[in-house]
Design a protein around this ligand. Sequence first.
Ligand SMILES: O=C1O[C@H](COP(=O)(O)O)[C@@H](O)[C@H](O)[C@H]1O
Length: 260
Amino acid sequence: MSAPQLVVHRDKELMAQAAAARLITKIVDAQAARGHASVVLTGGRNGNGLLAALADAPARDAIDWSRLDLWWGDERFLPEGDPERNVTQAFEALLASVPLTPSRVHAMPASDGPCGNDADAAAATYAGELAAAAGPEDHGPVPTFDVLMLGVGPDTHVASLFPELPAVRETERTVVGVHGAPKPPPTRISLTLPAIRAAREVWLLAAGEDKAEAAEIALSGAGEIQAPAAGAYGRSRTLWLLDAAAASRLPRALYPPASP
Ligand SMILES: O=C1O[C@H](COP(=O)(O)O)[C@@H](O)[C@H](O)[C@H]1O
């Protein structure tokens, strides 16, 4: 378990740009070291803001997009192409404009896909895809992702792990169907905390006043069942990327001053 490190930026625009720059460097370094890189994307406003900033960053051309594996931390279980699906929004924000290798884009199944409208079966299929991609060096049923990003919800949810719901208590499976989520749509698919913790680096994104309470709760010693964001950490690094509004309720001793 790596203890959280915090970086606070002036506002959400700067946070998205700085996180995009950080992600470019991370991917380029991983590709130089291992020949390829793997990133887990998040949905939500902050995740899509980062992808849009990446689309606008000239340095995005430093990435070899053909040697990048993309996975998702969660998905809203809706039909293919639905505008509310996280994958649809990621394509709109960035992915449609970069030369990815289609077989390396691992979208979670849609509700009208091969598993039909069965979120549990779809979750098991995605778990199988992850297991097939894991090698002996990964020591488990999911690849060692280079970076796994998570938007933090105002209720401290990450991916589709909501406080107190069964998915956040899962200790065996790597991907689960989520039913009765308090945020629409109620049916979702999500990586579990054990799968999230397989990542080298976990980045939690929180920008905006509506994330201040969640950041305060998750970073003040709350349990992961009550505050799922508190249970999200990486093998070598756990990074909270915040803007000043989201950090406004945190003790100043936790982070250096925001950039001017
Ligand atoms: O529904 C979801 O919400 C969270 C957080 O979204 P935000 O808009 O409050 O930032 C997101 O992380 C998750 O991927 C998504 O499915």
